[in-house]
Ligand binder design. Structure first.
Ligand code: PHE
Length: 461
């Protein structure tokens, strides 16, 4: 049916594909969002629900997106033209462009917090923690966070810095920009998080922290928490909005799409769990609130390193590597509107990048900070920061995922799909493909619909 293997840039090898994709998936979602959402939603039961969502919804949607991207070598809107789909399906791509922008409004702000923490750590703002009592130290990091993000100038400057850095890297192009950074630095981040975990596990509250994270108590799980777990699975794996369609379009012909999805999901989950393992022992040791919200990471990590040799150096390294993880994730977010503006609107790469970053900055700066022009506006009980997060993760990405699974499960040509998933018959995976199509037709959409209806109260579990 369709053959549009034009000479687009691709990643240079299977390993580069894995790392680039992981570079998109691993980011603030693992290190910042996953722990604080687990904390807010009662711990282990939320974690388990999250993993079920990754397995039954995340991986099938990831494979579908890779298929759409690699078989068309196009962005998330153009891909549907190449597949000769009805114009309706392009709405997945349009909604994806919008979701990417929505996410960037607040993501770039949090990335700014992380950047600012690199400098705080370098300046020695956390050195005094070593000589304080536990209670004093906990109060100190909390107030440092409130001051850092509550200012009326510096959070804005840091957010602009974050967006500027991403724009410069992305102007250098896909291969040079994304590939080089992810391949070298992700493994380092991984090692550093493991060091954090080892240290955290020596703390008094380690047992309590681990049981909060791993022991499910389903009485704590609300319907809205189930929707949040689903939304988090999409957000974490960068799904439902065309990022993985766009990335899939850079994959090589030899990549096994199933294996790549599974490997990425597994590695990403490990990083999230390690982040949780580093953070919750601190929460319980220092008598903090697990449900402290978006500040949780910033209020705990300085404490992890506060009383160990080279603690401050490790803290600096931690925030540098987290900044890098946030940056690679932002690269993949920004790439969605950029590829769209270039390929669908005929813009030059420079123009597309400038337009995208201008949009992110204008709306992001005006809305997401409490001290910004529209910072105090509350819509449906949420400020803009939470609203952009809620709308993108809990509504738009899951709807995108539902449409993608219906499109690949029911609409697309099955021979074309099988050919692509078996790399033109070179992989011996007929059974796997069949199983995948069944999951995608029945299980994935059913789960998505049930979670939705459950969360808005139409059905009740
Ligand atoms: N997955 C990224 C993270 O966890 C965020 C992201 C979402 C990136 C959607 C791209 C698309 O930080």
């Amino acid at each position: 049916m369709v053959d549009n293997k034009n000479n687009r840039e691709t990643f240079s090898s299977g390993l580069a594909v894995f790392f680039a994709t992981l570079g998109s998936a691993v980011g603030l979602g693992n290190i910042w969002k996953f722990p604080y959402m687990v904390g807010e939603n009662g711990g282990g039961a939320f974690v388990l629900t999250y993993f079920i969502c990754v397995l039954l919804v995340g991986i099938p949607v990831a494979v579908s997106e890779f298929y759409i991207g690699r078989s068309t070598r196009k962005n998330a809107v153009g891909a549907f033209d190449v597949l000769k789909a009805k114009p309706f399906w392009k709405s997945i791509g349009y909604m994806g462009v919008l979701s990417a922008l929505f996410i960037m409004f607040f993501y770039s702000s949090v990335a700014g917090w992380v950047f600012s923490y690199v400098f705080k750590a370098i300046k020695g703002d956390f050195l005094s923690l070593a000589s304080l009592s536990m209670e004093e130290a906990a109060v100190n990091v909390s107030s440092q966070f409130d001051i850092a993000v509550g200012g009326s100038v510096s959070p804005f400057v840091w957010q602009i810095t974050a967006v500027a850095i991403v724009s410069i890297i992305i102007l250098a192009g896909v291969k040079k920009g994304i590939e080089r950074i992810t391949k070298t630095l992700l493994p380092l981040l991984f090692i550093l998080i493991i060091i954090c975990c080892i240290r955290a596990l020596t703390l008094e509250g380690a047992r309590q922290g681990l049981s909060f994270l791993f022991r499910p108590d389903f009485s704590k799980l609300s319907a809205s928490a189930v929707l949040s777990a689903l939304g988090l699975a999409f957000f974490k794996l960068s799904l439902g909005m065309g990022t993985m369609i766009t990335y899939g379009s850079y994959f090589t012909e030899k990549d096994n799409l199933f294996a790549t999805s599974a490997r990425v999901a597994l590695s990403d989950s490990i990083v999230s769990l390690l982040a949780g393992t580093a953070i919750f022992p601190v929460v319980f040791t220092f008598g903090m609130e697990p449900g402290a919200g978006p500040g949780l990471l910033f209020k705990t990590i300085p404490l992890v390193f506060s009383k160990i040799p080279f603690g401050n150096l490790l803290l600096i390294a931690f925030f540098i590597l987290t900044s890098i993880a946030a940056t690679t994730a932002m690269l993949s977010l920004v790439e969605v509107p950029v590829a769209f503006f270039i390929e669908e609107k005929g813009m030059s790469r420079n123009k597309a990048v400038i337009l995208t970053s201008a949009l992110i900055l204008i709306i992001g700066l005006l809305t997401v900070h409490p001290k910004s022009v529209f910072g105090n506006v509350v819509i449906a009980g949420k400020g803009f920061f939470d609203l952009f997060d809620y709308l993108s993760s809990n509504i738009m990405l899951p709807i995108g995922g539902l449409l993608i699974s219906i499109f690949v499960g029911y609409v697309t040509n099955k021979d074309h799909l099988s050919k692509e998933l078996s790399n033109n018959g070179t992989l011996n995976n007929k059974g796997m493909i069949k199983f995948f199509i069944n999951v995608l037709r029945y299980l994935t959409p059913a789960l998505l619909v049930i979670v939705f209806l459950n969360s808005i109260g139409i059905i009740n579990f």
